[in-house]
Design a protein around this ligand. Structure first.
Ligand code: AMP
Ligand code: GLY
Length: 421
């Protein structure tokens, strides 16, 4: 098969690594890819946002199957356009991608289908939102409705902070159209887990769980990021909790989407908080998580590609995936300044040395400059290792990191610390 992968981050490097290993894969392209992905695929200079360019390329190159990594092209209708052109594609249609593109849409769906989630209200008017917040008290959570690159959520510990977040979105227009409407919701407490499943429109095939580390600093301090590291499995995600999440959140969502005539296909990512009352939904994403994907795929023993094809074909009913029982740790190396403006252009050395002991090095934000690999983004590398215990996986990932020579790089030192598995 001729496969095209869309995207250029660490998630896509992990996907490229897994798909290139499939006996079904005769040729793998990536649009636009990165220098790490180039080890597995032929990279073509088409941006992930260039929907017309991707459809034209897929047609011209007789691509059999397209796998879309990031959310923006999904929300923009890339899968609709590819399928209309007769090209099979993994991922939801634009209508089904609303589960990520509009938090208000998802909250209303949860209310209709009785899916456990934080109590909420939607607002476009700042004074009405502030009156609601005043009545509920802090802590309280303010969310831009639309896609805001992971920056649209404020967990406000005071009323003043909540009101400032309301003004930022609704009055100052910080998120543009994505923040023209907000969701104000109840603060939930408990450990977080990322629970992802392949979905074929009807059937739900869960993957093993993962946990992200969203804050930039050790001990969950500092601002939120896209994710500074992930582990799999998620601590405290017991088989009972998994069964509850499947029965009360994922399955009813998939059934509700099908009943609305907008069936969901692709990977459905449920961000959960494990409360005393059971798992509750914080958000859906309609794609693999980044960096969760980089922690999950190295544990997958089965061939990924047939599973993605079965999701697209509506064929997941009897599908089974085999997993490595060993836990994994994936640590993000970011460039100084991230999640603000990152330092770019610094040379990265020692990657081969770091990989020598079996750690996997996924590129997230790198660029090739002659023979050198240089930093070219906020999150730059993901270093994944498996181990017999979480502690062993951690040791192996951090030993690999110690061999990487990059003056501007930093990472959290506590990914997976304290987690047992
Ligand atoms: P999101 O961008 O929706 O994943 O939210 C970012 C982070 O904000 C989550 O990972 C949680 O840590 C936190 N968060 C979101 N919603 C809530 C909530 N209702 N209660 C507590 N924390 C939340
Ligand atoms: N790691 C969180 C996300 O992919 O949105």
């Amino acid at each position: 098969m001729r496969i095209l992968l869309v995207g250029s981050g660490g998630r896509e490097h992990a996907l490229a690594w897994a798909m290139a290993a499939s006996p079904l894969c005769d040729k793998l392209y990536a649009a636009p890819g990165n220098p790490g992905i180039a080890q597995e695929a032929e990279c073509v200079a088409i941006a992930a946002s260039d929907i017309g360019g991707i459809v034209d390329f897929a047609r011209r190159e007789k691509i059999d199957f397209v796998v879309v990594g990031p959310e923006a092209p999904l929300v923009g209708g890339l899968v609709d356009r590819l399928e209309a052109a007769g090209i099979a594609a993994f991922g939801p249609t634009a209508a089904a991608a609303q589960l990520e593109a509009s938090k208000g849409f998802t909250k209303d769906l949860c209310a209709d289908a009785n899916i456990p989630t934080a109590a909420y209200q939607r607002f476009t008017d700042a004074s009405a939102a502030k009156a609601y917040v005043q009545g509920r008290g802090a802590p309280i959570v303010i969310k831009a409705d639309g896609l805001a690159a992971g920056k649209g959520v404020t967990v406000a510990t005071t009323l003043a902070e909540a009101k400032a977040a309301i003004d930022e979105a609704l009055v100052q227009g910080r998120f543009g159209g994505a923040g023209a409407e907000i969701v104000v919701e109840e603060f939930l407490s408990g450990p977080e887990a990322s629970f992802l499943a392949l979905v074929d429109g009807t059937n739900v095939l869960p993957l093993v769980s993962a946990q992200d580390h969203k804050r930039v600093g050790d001990g969950d301090t500092g601002p939120n990021t896209g994710g500074m590291g992930a582990i799999s499995p998620a601590p405290q995600f017991t088989p009972d909790i998994e069964a509850a999440a499947l029965a009360t959140i994922l399955k009813p969502t998939v059934a509700a989407m099908a009943a609305r005539g907008t069936p969901f296909k692709g990977v459905l990512y449920a961000g959960l908080i494990l409360t005393r009352d059971g798992p509750k939904l914080i958000e859906f994403n309609v794609r693999f998580g980044d960096p969760e994907c980089q922690a999950l795929l190295p544990r997958l023993k089965s061939d990924l590609l047939p599973a993605l094809i079965a999701a697209r074909d509506g064929d997941l009913r009897d599908f089974d995936l085999r997993w490595d029982a060993r836990p994994s740790v994936s640590v993000v190396m970011a460039a100084k300044g991230y999640p603000g403006e990152p330092a770019r252009g610094g040379t990265i050395e020692g990657l081969d040395r770091a990989a020598a002991d079996g750690a996997l090095i996924f590129h997230a934000g790198t660029r090739r400059d002659g023979d050198a690999i240089v930093a070219d983004g906020g999150r730059v590398l993901n270093i994944t290792a498996l181990g017999d215990t979480m502690a062993e996986a951690r040791r192996r990932a951090y030993n690999a990191i110690a061999k990487i020579d990059w003056a501007d790089g930093f990472c959290r030192r506590d990914i997976g610390l304290g987690a047992t598995a």
